[in-house]
Design a binder for this molecule. Structure first.
Ligand SMILES: C[C@](O)(CO)[C@H](O)COP(=O)(O)OP(=O)(O)OC[C@H]1O[C@@H](n2ccc(N)nc2=O)[C@H](O)[C@@H]1O
Ligand SMILES: Nc1ncnc2c1ncn2[C@@H]1O[C@H](COP(=O)(O)OP(=O)(O)OP(=O)(O)O)[C@@H](O)[C@H]1O
Length: 295
């Protein structure tokens, strides 16, 4: 039986809203990276499909029937024409509805884990199509490595070569629903970013990202003013190279030259906040990658 499957936190290093589709969904351009922080998912042998929640944030999310992990399991089983089975255990460490894609990362981890455990060998493109039906962020979370994301989340391409870099995540422990933030967004669209093929070091990457923005930051602050306090606190940390909000918030991130300095800086932040400091995870292209030119 498979061990723990990692569901790392998604970080939008920049997020440009480039347009809007006729159905109301927003067109995006984003560089998405994955932090060492995350949830974990495990499957144990059992008859009918079930989900048990544990971990520091587990109590904030009831094991409701529409949990994204269960929806992913049922969707995969249905596509394969098999009954969904097994006892899933979700260790929930990421705050819920916080802009770091916890639910999306869990759903993607469920697709990867169950595709293996059930011996399905689903084609990468087919798995990515199932992921897109579960949420805009699920395809990029399926990749689980630094990736450029466009369209409404379904167009994925290789990210610039990422340097060694530390990342700190901080959340004021206030949930912020994604649809409300998109609804509150005002202003023009932003063109896609122009990115180099790679960065020599974290400082060069931060300089380049500083020319980009998170187009949802203003809307998130209007709905949740403490986001501005978190951003100010991060920007003031010694060694901080860049402070910005991730996704639709309220989690904000700061970049540091290395994982050690991000970890030390996290300890300075208010204890009432959820905070994590460390490095990025950037594994080699996995077998299930649907990235253009991928494995
Ligand atoms: C903001 C991001 O986190 C950036 O990575 C994602 O685009 C959101 O991804 P997600 O949470 O998986 O979003 P979904 O669950 O698919 O959508 C939630 C709601 O957000 C809005 N939404 C989402 C994605 C998108 N490209 N445009 C939108 O307008 C829609 O109102 C949608 O009903
Ligand atoms: N396994 C799960 N983990 C977290 N949320 C879940 C899960 N399953 C269902 N949900 C629901 O999905 C909603 C969004 O949760 P999530 O934590 O993914 O938001 P988010 O971090 O803002 O995501 P994103 O950055 O992709 O917008 C929650 O309000 C919750 O009710």
């Amino acid at each position: 039986m498979a061990g723990w499957e990692a569901a790392p936190a998604k970080v939008n290093l920049y997020l440009h809203v480039t347009g809007r589709r006729a159905d109301g969904y927003h067109l995006l351009d984003s560089l998405v990276a994955f932090a060492g922080a995350g949830d974990r998912l495990r499957l144990e042998p059992a008859g009918a499909l079930s989900l048990a929640l544990e971990g520091s944030e587990g109590a904030t999310l009831a094991a409701e029937p529409d949990n994204l992990v269960l929806r992913a399991a049922r969707l995969l089983a249905e596509a394969a024409g098999i009954p969904a089975s097994g006892r899933l255990r979700l260790e929930k460490n990421l705050p819920v509805a916080s802009g770091i894609g916890g639910g999306s990362a869990d759903a993607a981890a469920a697709l990867r884990l169950l595709d293996r455990a059930w011996g399905l060998g689903t084609a990468p493109e087919a798995l990515a199509a199932l992921a897109a039906r579960l949420g805009a962020d699920v395809p990029v979370c399926l990749e689980c490595r630094a990736t450029r994301m466009q369209g409404v989340g379904e167009i994925l391409s290789a990210a610039p070569a990422m340097p060694e870099c530390g990342i700190l995540l901080a959340n004021p422990r206030l949930p912020l629903p994604t649809p409300a933030v998109f609804r509150a967004r005002r202003g023009d669209f932003t063109p896609p970013a122009v990115l180099p093929s790679g960065w020599a070091d974290a400082a060069a990457m931060a300089r380049s990202l500083a020319a980009c923005r998170n187009d949802l930051e203003e809307a998130a602050i209007s709905l949740c003013p403490p986001v501005a306090e978190v951003l100010a606190a991060l920007a003031a940390l010694p060694g901080c190279l860049l402070a910005r909000m991730s996704g639709s918030g309220a989690t904000c991130f700061a970049l540091f030259p290395d994982a050690g300095s991000a970890e030390s800086a996290a300890a300075i932040l208010p204890e009432a906040w959820w905070r994590w400091g460390g490095g990025f995870t950037n594994p080699p292209l996995p077998a299930y990658s649907a990235l253009a030119g991928g494995a």
